[in-house]
Design a protein around this ligand. Sequence first.
Ligand SMILES: Nc1ncnc2c1ncn2[C@@H]1O[C@H](COP(=O)(O)OP(=O)(O)O)[C@@H](O)[C@H]1O
Ligand SMILES: [Mg+2]
Length: 245
Amino acid sequence: MNKVNMGSIRGLFVTGTDTGVGKTIVTAAITAALRAEGLDAGVWKPVQSGALLGSGVTDAERLLQSTGINGRPEAVAPFTFEAPLTPMLAAKHAGVTFTLNELIAAGKPLIKRYEALLIEGAGGVAVPLTDDALVVDLISELHIPALIVARSSLGTINHTLLTASFLRHHEIPIVGVIMNDGELTERHDDPSADTNAELIEQYSGLKVLGRFPRMHTDVNSETLIHTIQKTIQLAPIRQALKFNL
Ligand SMILES: Nc1ncnc2c1ncn2[C@@H]1O[C@H](COP(=O)(O)OP(=O)(O)O)[C@@H](O)[C@H]1O
Ligand SMILES: [Mg+2]
């Protein structure tokens, strides 16, 4: 297989324990906060499925809108498919095939344009991207560390430890875990949310960088920036992106 020569990429891969855990909102908040510090961080969503560009609901469009980055969604997400299926199948439905190398090569303009990139995965680490590659293989090929976004709620210890174990099996460095309260509501009491982070640290040896609170819908980027600065340790993220060397 011919490898695309990309040089070394300054990037952080934002993965999650599942789809819908908050990767997009957390990626947007981190990127917006770094940019507010004057750092030249961009976003890349190598492949997305579930809606077409122009709908306004795709991750690429949400990332641009929430970060205030002035870019084209088709540059942020070069591969977008409508079917709400795993990218490999959604692409097949659209009659498109791509290789891991093609997926990576399509990000080259973004890699050149920004000093460093926050790269949002699709679903979790074991999600099929092509006939012979999972998300974890994309992270491996990019040679960048990963950040895990996890639910704060019951079940998250199992999902987070499995995700960490799979990444480690592929020798991918893990910067830390961000717990997201997105699904916690006042109506459903979940006593596990107070102890999950501590137990994840104990059993994984990973650092939980903080707990992102549940926000109102339609928050602006100023609120996202303020919230992430208040709740999440950003130093390990800046370091992973080599912003403080
Ligand atoms: N902390 C939060 N506060 C409010 N809404 C949230 C929060 N986290 C996630 N959501 C909402 O839940 C849904 C799934 O989050 P999203 O970031 O799209 O997850 P993923 O990218 O992992 O699929 C989105 O509609 C998002 O706006
Ligand atoms: Mg997303």
